[in-house]
Design a protein around this ligand. Sequence first.
Ligand code: IVH
Length: 759
Amino acid sequence: MAKEIAVTDMTVDQAREALARLSALLGQANRDYHGADAPTISDAEYDRLKRRNAAIEARFPELKRTDSPTEQVGAAPSEGFGKIAHKVAMLSLGNAFEDQDVADFDERIRKYLGLSSEPLAFTAEPKIDGLSLSIRYENGEMVYAATRGDGSTGEDVTANARTIADIPQSIVNAPAVLEVRGEVYMSHDAFEALNTRIAAENEQLEAAGKKPKTVFANPRNAAAGSLRQLDAQVTRERPLKFFAYAWGELSESLADTQMGAILRLQNFGFVINELTKVCDSPEALIAHYKVIEERRVSLGYDIDGVVYKVNDLALQERLGFRSTTPRWAIAHKFPAELAWTRLEAIDIQVGRTGALSPVARLAPVTVGGVVVSNATLHNEDYIAGRDSKGATIREGKDIREGDWVQVYRAGDVIPKVADVDLAKRQDDAVSYQFPELCPVCGSPAVREEGDAVRHCTGGMICAAQAVEKLKHFVARKALDIEGLGTKQIEMFYDDPDLPIRTPADIFTLAERDGANLTKLANRKGWKDKSVANLFAAIEDKREIAFARLLFGLGIRHVGETAAKDLALHFLTWETLATAAETARTAALAWRAADLAEEHERLVAQAEGRRAKVKESRDLAMASHKVSVEAQAAWDDLTGIDGIGAAVGLSLTDAFANERERSEIDRLVDMLTVVSPDAPTQDSPVAGKTVVFTGSLEKMTRAEAKARAESLGAKVSGSVSKKTDLLVAGPGAGSKEKKAADLGIETIDEDGWLTLIEGL
Ligand code: IVH
């Protein structure tokens, strides 16, 4: 090799030449390292070349190449991706499967907006089967690109996004802040080529006794695997494409309509899907769906349905969002794909709440391009050929081990067993006996009245429940502890020296590791760095949002939305705990009354008389001593919009169960629980309890409620001492009178609109 010139002595031409050579050299080294798993230069030499490249760039910044090695993410796989919080959440879409669902979608929107026969236009466009990406531009320059992640925080894949030709690096005449969203995907051709290349590389790897790489199951996995590459050079070699179809934060609006906005994105240099069309009725949507369905096989990339969006952006704004999906859009999925195969066995899985779920183990079969070897069987009724109401399904055919079954899958949903071929059933096949004992801990598994699912009664003594609860606790939407996933939880659960049996054990892990001198770092599979990372990730979650913690506890019926609602209502953990305790006797009385009612109904039915439901309820209630405070706490709890008796009961149960409670307390003592943000400060209705009554003329009740909530108000259905404001339209009755009696401020619809004007 020619002698290297010192950077300080270089002429401009020598520098340019050196940068070109270094770029080629480092690029090749990267490819050898990652692509073929066969490094050609030492790590030290690699680092030295990179430093030399950076030094030349520092001295001659104007010579920096567009493919400069300094811009490429280094080869440090353990570092992972940075996180980016989305300024505007990235949501998913509700689904439609049949034409009727599309008509319902139109109907729902009309109802919400109070439209009757006015025209209502939509866009219809292919639903691309890839992964969504949000790209942020400031003053026309790309600043970052992030994956969807959990919808609120994604991974920083900026360097990789820069390698995608369909994504402009800079834009002219763009708003100062512009976030463009769309789908990254891989064409069928590129997918085939990639898998062929991997197969060829694998021959060499195998010949060299090395571990082969996995070929991708479908273009979507290939696109995801390629975009989520720590080395952007690898991404560059895998031609990804991008369709723009939405946006996030904007400093100014793009247009008045969805179609107009998409065309602006096209003007900025983005690729938009040419099958995007404005349709003015549900019938026109379905007609375009059929056109797209026909074109599907010849598109050259995977799509799994058609997305419909309300065209008028002002209406989109009014419609807003449910917790995870917009009201103004829906995905009309293509029919599921089917295949026949043999059901080899039925296994029972025990979930976090103790639910026993039957799983079909299948002889592997390809369904719509994906190999399927497991499918859900839902519950024992489904296996027996009945639905949850006792009606026959599959013409009453039951499912047995050894049967030939039809498997279907739609999109990313878990494959299901749809049908059985009785002609192929073995003579000695016996009907499936659903276990009445938990297959993991042996406790009785019982089916409660009206419940389709059998539950293990073992609680925390059941290892399956305990492990599943822990997995739920660390999951993305709960505590989200990096490096502590399904695999690690399973490992730690059975660990003789450093067991994690309950959530609280997670937060004592580091301490126990030191004290017991079990030193995780000395174990196989662990390094100082990975242990330090794990402990840091745990420490990081000692301060945790109220709703995440509550959701993470995995209390039955307390899902993400309920947890958020409860956190917003109670604001502090102590208030929630006190409320749950105080409401206990009222909860028991409620349950007793409910059981008594059910019992009375059944007896009356058998005796052929009319049920005296109220009497039975009252009797059962009276047998419980419920204080005024307990009743008030219960009413307050179950009066929260979206929180019913089911949540109320399991919440009060959890806080009353000695064992569960002491675990919760032990955990909470080690944490700092962060209260939810106070509702929008600059709103005059923030934190107020509002009741709507009578008929509203300028908006529907649903819209009024959603809008009030988005401004931080609590919307309640009934007037009580806690009500701050009553909005009464024409025809308001008893509620208006009650409000007047209680001295509660009452305004009409116009008064309400003036109050929230401009917000
Ligand atoms: S619109 C607020 N349009 O589907 C809604 N999504 O199931 C924003 N997707 O996460 C999404 N093609 O990754 C939209 N033409 C399209 C799409 C599309 C594919 C994906 C997207 C989203 C998922 C929702």
